[in-house]
Design a protein around this ligand. Structure first.
Ligand code: SAM
Length: 253
């Protein structure tokens, strides 16, 4: 599985060559002593947002999700875990292509919307969609999925300690040779360091969502136990505004 993605070869990405020698001091404001952040407001905010519209990010699959789908096919992946699935624009695409999808989100509204949409399209057989706050762990057995996928989930209101825990959970549930493909907003994004600061590298955007912005050092720090295969910056034009993201591919050896 290692070495192949979207018809091109992976090379071990010499990320360290991009890392500035001077690492910034991190100011911790809203993160508690236990490294946990209070996110119940964010959960309500996502839930209300999804109640007000059935297609917040659109119904079409994201470019990122379509690329990931090609990688799954190229690598023979069949059972996909999606973290922070939202209303399921990418989950539906994976189901259409015959994948089995275990999708999680902490908003009950969007999980219900995804299940209803999949049912209407006759795609619900391959889908398990569950409401779950993933900071508490991933409710799946060890080594039970071929790939983890998430589009803009790790970039949510999650402290680095919580992120490290969830990355470790993904590692636990992935089979050996499985990949973890994720996207996160990065430090070149127009909203980086704008709005209210919520500790670490988290800022509240004009829509009231708290976003965790990733540097390449953070990508590397969070790759514990994985081979970091690939990192690329890309623009995501999906509504409501264009974002600067990193695409990251990790391999569980
Ligand atoms: C930026 S949205 C992306 C949604 C979807 N991946 C997409 O691209 O259409 C992030 C999603 O993560 C979910 N989320 C945030 N924190 C979470 C947590 N701790 N546990 C589970 N889901 C969470 C939100 O409810 C939201 O649906």
């Amino acid at each position: 599985m290692a070495g192949e993605s979207r018809g091109r070869s992976y090379s071990r990405n010499p990320l360290h060559s991009f890392i500035p020698a001077k690492v910034k001091n991190i100011l911790v404001v809203a993160v508690g002593m236990d490294g946990k952040v209070e996110t119940s407001n964010q959960r309500n905010h996502w839930d209300k947002t999804y109640q007000s519209t059935s297609d917040f990010f659109g119904h079409e699959p994201s470019e990122f999700g379509m690329g990931a789908m090609r990688t799954f096919v190229a690598n023979g992946a069949k059972k996909i875990l999606e973290l922070g699935c939202g209303q399921g624009r990418d989950a539906i695409h994976f189901l259409k292509h015959g994948m089995e999808v275990a999708a999680f989100d902490y908003s009950e509204t969007c999980v219900n919307q995804l299940m209803e949409r999949a049912k209407k399209m006759g795609l619900d057989k391959g889908l398990t969609a569950s409401v779950s706050d993933l900071r508490k762990g991933i409710p799946l057995p060890d080594e039970s999925v071929d790939a983890c996928f998430s589009h803009m989930f790790f970039t949510m209101h999650l402290s680095e300690k919580e992120l490290a825990f969830i990355f470790n959970e993904c590692h636990r549930v992935l089979k050996h040779g499985g990949i973890n493909i994720y996207s996160v907003r990065n430090v070149n994004d127009p909203h980086y360091r704008k709005g209210k600061h919520h500790g670490e590298d988290m800022w509240e955007n004009p829509m009231g969502f708290v976003v965790h912005f990733f540097s390449l050092e953070k990508v590397q720090r969070l790759a514990v136990g994985y081979d970091l295969l690939y990192t690329k910056e890309f623009d995501d034009p999906s509504p409501p505004f264009t974002k600067k993201l990193y695409e990251v591919v990790l391999l569980k050896p």
